[in-house]
Each structure stands twice: as C-alpha cells, then as structure tokens.
Design a protein. Structure first.
Length: 113
C-alpha cells in the first residue's frame, strides 16, 4: 500500500513539474515571440519507422523496427521457458499423485465416505 502511495506521489510531483515547465515555455513564447517557439518537448516521426523525441533541447531516437525484433525474440524465449516450466510442474504433480502417501489418503477418504 505504501509503495502505491509513493508511486502516486512521485507521479503527481513529476506532472506538476511538467505543467510548470510547459506553462513557463508558453508564457515565454507569448511575451518574447522568438522566431522558433520554445517547446518543452516535441515528438517527430522519421521516415525509417522510428520516432525522434526532442526534450528540452536534447534529442532521443527510437527505432521501432529493432524494438519489434527484440520483442519477438523475448516472446519466443518466454514461451519456451513457460513450456519447460509447465512440463516440469506436470512431472512433479504426477509423481506426487502416484506417491504412496497420496494413495493412502485417497483410500482413507474413500473409506470414510
């Protein structure tokens, strides 16, 4: 519960900072009237299937093609891990059901019914 409270507090704090930066840049653009308006952030699509994010003068490029390939590889690996874990769990479950203790308990329950 505390973790959620902390995360919400951080989210509110960061959103207030972002709103302040955005308001300040808007007022600056209205008062100074620069040739190119000052922006807190800008998202542009490039022609190669990626995105350029300009955040306070810094540029970040994200290539979605590479991300999709990585995601597909991770998905395949996760499916293989899940099937192996399910197989191991099924083996352990079968061993447990075939054990003498479980058979004795089942027999005892049948006698009581």
């Amino acid at each position: 519960m505390r973790r959620i409270f902390y995360l919400l507090s951080i989210l509110v704090f960061l959103s207030l900072i972002f709103i302040g930066i955005n308001t300040t840049s808007n007022h600056f653009n209205l008062l100074v009237l620069p040739e190119e308006p000052l922006r807190a952030f800008e998202v542009l699509k490039n022609g190669e299937g990626g995105v350029e994010i300009h955040l306070l003068g810094e540029m970040l490029e994200i290539d979605f093609g590479e991300l999709e390939l990585r995601t597909a590889e991770y998905y395949k690996a996760a499916l293989q891990d899940i099937t192996s874990v399910k197989g191991e769990a099924r083996e352990h479950w079968e061993l447990l059901l075939n054990s003498e203790k479980v058979k004795a308990v089942n027999q005892w329950v049948k006698e009581k019914i």
